[in-house]
Design a protein around this ligand. Structure first.
Ligand SMILES: O=C(O)c1ccccc1NCC(=O)[C@H](O)[C@H](O)COP(=O)(O)O
Length: 381
């Protein structure tokens, strides 16, 4: 089924409507398939294929999770919960306060709130620019830059973890980090001071970021590869990020069930982009290590549900799974809560060859010069 979806270039990601209740989608393609999908496995697959073609023809919301639900008879949130994912999906293009009944559900934590808001945002963006169009735009984007190559080269050159320097105006945990915010100037300063890559927050509602920041930096003459730091829930966003010039995207294991991760890693690799797959605990790491094609894993020291930051997390996960990671030739990025040269040395000793740093650079008066402070030396570039 997955390869069928991949072959059809179908977006497979957003969960089906009304997952908080047992009610089903009312979209035409969905009801066509739901009616048709009862019967033998072979018959169900044949109908699912018809539905995919129907959905492609009619540009309707349709995704692999719906197919999985039809195939297994299980609600997608049940499937996700069985994988240890606490985020529930809604897939109703409304904000919680606007709904009734189940729509009144309150998010359990900030990450769930961000994902619910993202579902609304993505469905609105898709209505304006369907998958077909965004895929076409991605074909005209500037060429992909080698994100992993840049990290590897910088690591060898400086013998300290390669820096992915983040451009983030605000965050849910810290509020506004920088009033005087010019993404291009910050990116130029990062480049001049030895950063290997740049990460740009594009979420507007919670981080005051935008795709415009990403596109402007990409077209500014800055040569570093760019990570689109987004909350990806739908492969449409990967094509969109590529169309704006992104070279890498973030996939968060706490948000995405296994099939979505697998599919999105594949979409990313097919586009020549890098997927930075982020984990926070052992269970997420084990899920990600089973996925073919993963080349870059981020260990987030920040618990995205509670905001607690602890660099011990990187050490603990590397102690437990470092051998498996190295055996697979996967690079590891230590993410979040890195403020001093001691912090950097600590995660380096734990086994990471790259770091992702936002707050400590964004809060510095001169984010470029703050890089030398972070490493205790000037970086060569
Ligand atoms: O930064 C947050 O408050 C946050 C909240 C909820 C979800 C994600 C969040 N941050 C994204 C990141 O992972 C960080 O921007 C990145 O790792 C850099 O972290 P830091 O150096 O601590 O700013």
């Amino acid at each position: 089924m997955e390869s069928l979806l991949a072959a059809a270039h179908l977006q497979p990601v957003a969960f089906s409507p009304a997952p908080l209740s047992s009610s089903t989608s009312s979209s035409r393609s969905s009801s066509v398939v739901r009616g048709a999908c009862r019967g033998s496995h072979a018959v169900r697959c044949a109908y699912a294929k018809d539905a995919i073609l129907y959905a492609l023809e009619h540009d309707e919301m349709f995704n692999s999770d719906e197919v999985i639900q039809w195939e297994s008879g299980k609600n997608i949130n049940t499937i996700a919960a069985a994988q240890g994912i606490s985020i529930r999906r809604r897939c109703r293009p409304r904000y919680p306060s606007e709904g009734t009944g189940d729509d009144k559900a309150v998010p359990r934590h900030i990450l769930e709130q961000i994902v619910w808001d993202k579902e609304v945002e993505v469905s609105q963006r898709k209505a304006k620019k369907p998958l077909r169009d965004v895929m076409e735009s991605s074909e005209h984007a500037p060429p992909v830059r080698d994100f992993i190559g840049a990290l590897t080269t910088a690591y060898v050159r400086n013998s300290v973890p390669a820096l992915i320097a983040e451009i983030k105006k605000a965050s849910p945990s810290r509020g506004v980090l920088r009033e005087n915010f010019n993404p291009v100037e910050i990116a130029q300063a990062y480049e001049e001071n030895g950063a290997a890559c740049i990460s740009i927050l594009t979420d507007e509602r919670h981080f005051q970021g935008s795709y415009e920041h990403l596109e402007t930096v990409r077209n500014s003459g800055v040569k570093l590869p760019i990570l689109c730091k987004e909350f990806i829930i739908d492969s449409w966003q990967i094509y969109y990020a590529r169309s704006k010039g992104a070279d890498a995207i973030l996939l968060i294991a706490a948000v995405l069930p296994d099939l979505d991760l697998k599919y999105m890693v594949r979409v990313c690799n097919n586009l020549g982009m890098t997927a930075l797959v982020e984990v926070h605990d052992e269970r997420e790491l084990d899920r990600v290590l089973k996925i073919d094609g993963v080349k870059l894993i981020g260990i987030n020291n920040r618990n995205l549900e509670t905001f607690v930051v602890d660099t011990l997390n990187t050490r603990m996960l590397m102690e437990k799974r470092g051998d498996d990671i190295r055996e697979k030739g996967i690079l590891v990025v230590g993410e979040s809560g890195l403020f001093t040269a001691e912090d950097v040395a600590y995660v380096h000793r734990a086994g990471v060859s790259s770091i992702l740093v936002g707050e400590s650079l964004m809060k510095a008066e001169d984010p470029g010069r703050a890089i030398a402070g972070l490493f205790g030396k000037e970086l060569l570039h």
